[in-house]
Design a protein. Structure first.
Lengths: 585, 561
């Protein structure tokens, strides 16, 4: 990696070095059309672009899925997607962070540059240039139109609150990351999912199941008018299995387990995978026969995966900073104010107990959420977001949030997202002690039992299974509460230490503020990797989109809450199948 | 290109797996308090190879195999069942569209597992629908059409060997899509130039509780080229060509395609310079292709049987059976058994429809008199049975749809004579010109009652025909009107029948269709201005044509760059 110092001036000269990055036709076409556009693109006497970038994501995929030992689908594909970003105005105020309620998309071929367009799979210099030319033209005209409308909208308004620039100035870098690709052939991928899914052929208690392997290599080429360039080749493999069943009273029970690695050699052996699937099947079998819990309010200990999921869904999403959006029609402003983020006005306030610290660290190469530069070409760096329980700053892209002047290098596929989140405490205790503390609360309150949650569903995994039986759950995000995925596995724990499995539970009326009053955390914090899904997305923020998976590794301790409300899902319960499964009739 | 010789495999085990699960579920359902009176499974498999190109480069090359399961499960009785329209229900698409994929391998245990799971879901949903419908028919006004919900059908047995996709040379196809789109590269003002070539084997396996067992397997080969340019005023100018065949050898030669490609580019350049038409009313000639689109959109959708039962539909031809709806010299039939018209293969042909009813020719209009609707197994008053037009895209509910819709003229003149008739009418009406709609992009119609019952046909190549016979290309018009008025103004036909193939989209999904007929003279049409893009042409010239930067060769190889 070669670094170049940033020219601290608004007149940033394009300084493209071709030394560090691999040479190819596509990159050359990107540089050439970028240069031509910067030199010549200007509509009459209107402003020229002050920033221009091309980002091309080239995805190569091998995938296969199977159910009950037979192939359901398989395929290989290759695709190149171009995203062009054009900014007019200046870093302080440009065409972005603006939403026009009155305008349709612009462009010669009626696409908005932000939605990307498919590029040729052949390395044809002329064709690449032609597509960059049209895409840049569309993006530039849209940018001019938006900037004029934004200025008009601001003309008669006085903006309140801390000012923030529309676009941060960042160090110019050149980065090359070339992770080797170790993918199976399509035939091998098919064989693996067939063999793994055949393990469900003797699970009489499971109604519907499947296994999916998805190997996707993403090669991103990026060049910008500031001189930043990167070439990032990142292979990723997802293997997951899902199953559906119904408890004896008809309540649907579903679960999905996903593994994320970057090469086939990093996948566990077939024997190990078989063991995991067998354990997964056994868990569902146990859940079918478990008792329900109609309602519970009291201490709850979230252990391992459940603690990480709760933190991901209930806390990490609040750490995302969205810029203030100018809307040309003030009737729509409420929409954007609602998605500004829970923690927007909580900087310097306590959001966790004072012994806790949270760091977002994309430089942790041992974790799956690492990267050398983010999607905007900002060099990765650790960011302390919470120190001594106090919220220090939010994660943001180059679209700045009030009070900051730089990006935290958090622009990932489809918007701002964490990388690896590391939660630490100076007062952590062994898990066994936490459990004893919970039992003490149980005794002090004179209640029958406490609850340990060991597994929660992941919101992105919910899409891993095909459409099947409706899963009923009701925890709405009423008011300030967070809509959390259902609890998969929980146990009542009695004062004598006895545990009893319970099923079909939701966490009710949970707010991010609950973390502030955490009763304790464990010393144990096994890393957990999952797809990140922003539960409060702002669809109009963040520049060009990408459909890549966002993986985040969480190092989160088990967490004890004094007061959590759990309840059974409301709604109608479907009847059991009228006829027995054909293989188990 | 290698010659097509699809290999044939014997009947797969999938039919046996479906039959076994049908029998098991059917027998078990009979012990339920509300047993179904009809159950059908249809598995639709597509084996596909395709390649796509743009401006001389490859944009996609893929193979795929999918298998969809459709379940028709009816509870109640043929007179009133769970498919009866629920009036006042606005989200009917939730029940009309239910895509289900099943394993693509012939593994009986896996296929039966998927069928069992989906049947259970469908049965539960059918019971819910049935309970809601019984109340809905009591609380809403009585239906005008009192025909039952489901008609009887014969038991059919037909097993066709499954065709395997094997003869396509994918590399050769990748080269073809590059070759077909490369000529557009030299035009800096053509902004899209895509070609796609595909081969697809559609294998349908149908089993119902009445004993029908049907398996058909049919290859389809398609080539399409879509390009568009913009006029200087921002108007988008699209042009499309497509070919269809049931054999690989039936696709056109490279020479034929490239000749058409060159013509497309010439047409677009001519359109860029063509004057924009103002709204106009007067006589016009529809080319055979325009006649096909016109009749498909304006006539064909209004003879789909279930529309006569739908209280929200305009029901244009309800109560018009036996009455004159077209000029006496015109007849119309819909024939899914017809495989060719002249030298053109027809894409709307099939042996059995999606309800297991054998395809048959339906005489819709005889000498101007309306005789028959196109029927699925949803009866309407006066039409108690299906005539083999129950169709759907996998995942959708079946409805009566068009197949090959052919318009025949008993009195026809030559094309020159038809043009003469047009110029005579122009002169007689003291109009400056008439119109000739040569090529059309497509069209749409609004058959409901909520909005005006109108149609729009979207012409691509339209000519003014002056009294002296001179022709002038124009642009920027859409042909509009209302059906009954327009049909009454067809005055003559030419002896030049031709046909076009396409995919028709409607509430039962996209189905392949054909429509054809002769050129027609319409004494009065109305045109309106076409919607126009407000985007101006690109600011910079194309990169390979920018004199101040250097040619693209100089950019690549050095020079003054």
């Amino acid at each position: 990696m070669r670094r170049r110092s940033f020219l601290a001036s608004s007149a940033i000269l394009p300084a493209i070095s071709q030394a560090a990055l691999p040479e190819d036709t596509l990159l050359k076409a990107m540089r050439d059309e970028l240069k031509r556009s910067l030199k010549k693109l200007q509509l009459e006497n209107l402003e020229k672009p002050y920033f221009l970038s091309y980002r091309i994501t080239e995805t190569t995929t091998v995938s296969a899925s199977a159910s009950f030992g037979a192939l359901s689908s398989s395929g290989e594909s290759r695709r190149r997607l171009l995203a062009t970003e054009c900014r007019v105005g200046n870093y302080t105020q440009d065409n972005t962070n603006f939403y026009s309620a009155r305008t349709a998309f612009s462009g010669v071929i009626r696409i908005q540059a932000n939605f990307g367009s498919s590029l040729s799979l052949d390395d044809d210099y002329d064709e690449f240039r032609r597509q960059f030319w049209l895409s840049t033209d569309s993006a530039y005209k849209q940018a001019l139109d938006d900037l004029a409308k934004k200025r008009a909208a601001l003309e008669n308004r006085t903006r309140t609150g801390a000012p923030s620039a529309d676009f941060s100035k960042e160090e110019v870098v050149e980065v090359t990351l070339n992770k080797p690709v170790d993918f199976p052939t399509k035939a091998k991928a098919e064989a693996l999912v067939k063999q793994l899914s055949a393990l469900f052929r003797d699970s009489a208690h499971i109604d519907n199941s499947g296994v999916r392997l998805d190997c996707t290599n993403i090669l991103t080429r990026f060049t910008s008018s500031e001189g930043t360039e990167f070439w990032r080749n990142e292979p990723g493999i997802m293997l997951n299995w899902y199953a559906e069943t119904q408890a004896t009273d008809g309540m649907p029970i579903t679960d999905v387990e996903s593994l994320y690695v970057d090469s086939m050699s990093a996948l566990p052996s077939f024997e190990e995978l078989s063991k995991r699937i067998k354990a997964f099947q056994q868990r569902l079998k146990n859940l079918r026969e478990a008792k329900t819990l109609s309602r519970y309010a009291g201490p709850v200990l979230f252990e391992g995966q459940a603690a990480a999921e709760l933190f991901a869904q209930g806390f990490a999403t609040a750490l995302l900073g969205n810029p203030r959006i100018v809307v040309d029609d003030q009737r729509f402003e409420g929409m954007f104010a609602a998605s500004a983020g829970v923690f927007t006005d909580k900087i310097s306030t306590r959001v966790l107990p004072s012994h806790m610290k949270v760091t977002d660290d994309p430089t942790r190469k041992d974790f799956s959420g690492s990267y050398p530069v983010d999607e905007e070409g900002v060099k990765a760096k650790p960011t302390i977001v919470v120190q001594g329980g106090i919220l220090k700053r939010l994660l943001n892209s180059r679209a700045l949030v009030p009070g900051v002047t730089d990006s935290t290098a958090s622009r990932r596929a489809s918007g701002v997202a964490p990388s690896n989140l590391i939660v630490e405490s100076t007062k952590a205790k062994p898990l066994a002690e936490l459990k004893q503390e919970m039992l003490q609360i149980v005794k002090d309150r004179g209640i029958e039992f406490g609850v340990i949650v060991r597994r929660m569903a992941n919101p992105a995994d919910q899409f891993a299974r095909p459409r099947g039986r409706t899963v009923i759950f009701t925890s709405g995000a009423a008011g300030q509460s967070v809509q959390l995925s259902p609890v998969i596995e929980a146990f009542k724990i009695f004062p004598d230490g006895r545990e009893e499995l319970i099923r079909n539970i939701e966490i009710s009326s949970f707010t991010t503020a609950a973390f502030r009053d955490l009763a304790g955390v464990s010393t144990e914090a096994a890393p957990y990797t999952a797809q990140f899904r922003n539960l409060r997305p702002n669809p109009f923020v963040g520049g060009p989109i990408s459909l890549a998976r966002i993986l985040v590794t969480y190092s989160v301790p088990s967490m004890l809450f004094e007061d959590i409300t759990l309840q059974q899902p409301a709604g109608e319960i479907p009847k059991l199948p009228f006829i027995a499964h054909p293989s188990f009739a | 290109m290698p010659q097509s010789k699809p290999s044939i495999s014997p009947q797969g085990p999938i039919l046996r797996a479906i039959e076994t699960e049908m029998e098991r579920n059917w027998n078990a359902f009979q012990k339920m308090p509300t047993p179904p009176f009809y159950l059908a499974y249809e598995v639709t498999e597509y084996d596909t190879i395709s390649a796509a190109g743009s401006f001389g480069t490859l944009t996609d090359s893929s193979t795929g195999r999918t298998r969809n399961l459709d379940i028709d499960l009816r509870v109640g009785s043929p007179k009133l069942d769970n498919y009866h329209p629920v009036r006042g229900n606005t989200l009917i698409m939730l029940d009309n569209f239910n895509p289900v994929t099943i394993p693509i391998e012939d593994d009986p245990a896996a296929i039966r597992s998927a069928i069992w799971y989906q049947t259970d879901q469908r049965y539960k949903r059918s019971i819910e629908q049935w309970i809601a419908i019984q109340t809905n028919v009591k609380v809403k006004a009585e239906n005008t059409d009192k025909a039952p919900d489901f008609s009887s059908g014969p038991t059919e047995k037909f097993i066709e060997p499954i065709v395997k996709l094997s003869a396509v040379d994918r590399k050769a196809w990748e080269l073809k899509v590059r070759t077909y789109t490369k000529p557009f590269k030299r035009y800096g003002n053509i902004y899209q130039a895509d070609a796609r070539i595909s081969a697809s084997i559609e294998t349908r396996t149908f089993v119902n509780s009445e004993g029908s067992r049907i398996q058909t397997s049919q290859p389809f080969y398609r080539l399409s080229i879509n390009v568009f340019a913009k006029a200087d005023d921002g108007m988008e100018l699209p042009k499309s060509e497509s070919w269809f065949s049931t054999t690989l050898a039936g696709l056109p030669s490279d020479e034929e395609v490239l000749a058409r490609v060159n013509q497309m580019a010439k047409d677009l350049m001519a359109l860029k310079l063509a004057p924009v038409m103002e709204p106009y009313t007067g006589p016009a000639i529809l080319s055979p292709r325009a006649t096909g689109v016109f009749f498909h959109e304006i006539f064909g959708h209004r003879i789909e049987g279930q529309r006569a039962k739908n209280e929200d539909d305009g029901q244009t031809f309800k109560d018009k059976v036996g009455q004159k709806i077209l000029p006496e010299f015109l007849s119309v039939y819909s024939d899914p058994t017809l495989t060719k018209l002249g030298k053109t293969e027809l894409s709307g042909c099939y042996r059995y429809d999606n309800q297991g009813i054998k395809a048959r020719r339906v005489s819709v209009v005889e000498k101007g008199i309306f005789k028959n609707y196109l029927m699925s197994r949803t009866p309407i008053e006066g039409f108690a049975e299906s005539n083999g037009h129950g169709r759907r895209q996998a995942g959708y509910n079946v409805e009566a749809r068009q197949s090959n819709l052919i318009i025949v003229a008993s009195e026809a003149v030559s094309r020159e004579e038809l043009k003469k008739k047009l110029t005579d009418e122009v002169t007689k009406a003291k109009l400056p010109y008439g119109l000739f709609f040569d090529d059309v992009q497509g069209g749409f119609t609004l058959p409901g009652r909520e909005r005006p019952n109108s149609f729009t046909v979207i012409p691509v190549m339209t000519y003014r025909i002056y009294p002296d016979g001179r022709e002038e290309l124009v642009r920027g018009v859409d042909l509009i009107g209302t059906p009954l008025t327009t049909f009454g103004k067809i005055t003559a036909a030419a002896n030049d029948p031709s046909v076009f193939n396409g995919i028709c989209g409607a509430t039962s999904g996209g189905v392949p269709v054909s429509a054809g007929g002769p050129s027609l003279l319409v004494s009065q049409v109305e045109i309106q201005k076409k919607p126009k893009s407000q985007e101006r042409s690109p600011i910079l010239p194309p990169p390979f044509d920018d004199p101040n930067i250097g040619t693209w060769r100089e950019l690549i190889f050095g020079g003054n760059y």
